[in-house]
Design a protein around this ligand. Structure first.
Ligand code: CDP
Length: 229
């Protein structure tokens, strides 16, 4: 199946498996994968390390100017960097997860990330995941998916992921973090998480990742009248 140079937007709740799915799809279709959440996580790590955010989630407005000097980028293997430093491990910790949603609610942070996403997606042929890709960042994306899954399934998946990475998570805390992020992400004023009217809903509570890929490939095939090779 030869897919044209389109943009595929994957949005949805926290820990619905958007990134694993989008990464696999990108590999199968020969697309560039962009993880918008990694950029919000990168800004959060920077804000924490440079003390622009305190324990009460108070954000120092000087963060806006400081961001202009932050060289946040992706390597070709999708790892996230600030300058020379790979921050892939640090940005996936509970510590970053606990403050990323307040940071991502700040309009100038969103502008900073959106500008990067547009720059990186310039050539088209991109699959991107996040919360507002189909609604705000690329409202003209040709294929839009809105992912959801049962909250307990999501919490267990994230818990297992953290254990695999050598963290020592508490299931209830992971669940509470997902609950809080979903709430903040859906209720913020700027680009809240919501399903674009033309997005297909994918509830993957009981699906394997290959079933998801087959389902989305079917959508693409139907939309562009494509044939299997
Ligand atoms: O992996 P997970 O689904 O838990 O989260 P993520 O995609 O890494 O995103 C982390 C956080 O970044 C989200 O909870 C949102 O607060 C924020 N985010 C956003 O506001 N807009 C996006 N397009 C992507 C992420």
């Amino acid at each position: 199946m030869i897919v044209p140079d389109i943009i595929i937007a994957i949005d949805g709740y926290s820990s619905t498996g958007k990134s694993s799915f989008a990464k696999l799809m990108a590999k199968e279709l020969g697309f560039l994968y962009l993880d918008s959440g990694a950029l919000y996580r990168g800004v959060t790590l920077f804000a924490q390390e440079e003390r622009f955010i305190d324990n009460n989630n108070e954000i120092n407005p000087a963060l806006e100017a400081a961001l202009q000097g932050v060289d946040l980028w992706f390597a070709t293997d999708n790892r996230t960097f600030i300058g020379e430093r790979c921050i892939e491990k640090e940005i996936r910790t509970m510590e970053v997860s606990s403050q990323v949603s307040p940071i991502a609610a700040v309009p100038y942070v969103r502008r900073f990330v959106d500008a990067k996403l547009h720059e990186l997606a310039k050539g088209g042929r991109v699959i991107m995941d996040g919360r507002d890709i189909g609604t705000t960042v690329f409202p003209n994306a040709e294929i839009k998916i809105f992912m959801t899954a049962d909250p307990d399934v999501r919490a267990q998946r994230r818990f297992d992921e953290l254990v695999m990475k050598g963290e020592n998570p508490v299931l209830e805390e992971v669940k509470e973090n997902l609950r809080q992020r979903d709430y903040i992400d859906s209720h913020r004023e700027t680009s809240p998480l919501s399903r674009a009217a033309d997005a297909f809903i994918l509830d993957n509570s009981n699906m394997t990742i290959s079933e998801e890929v087959a389902w989305v490939k079917g959508l693409i095939k139907g939309k562009f009248n494509l044939y299997d090779d």
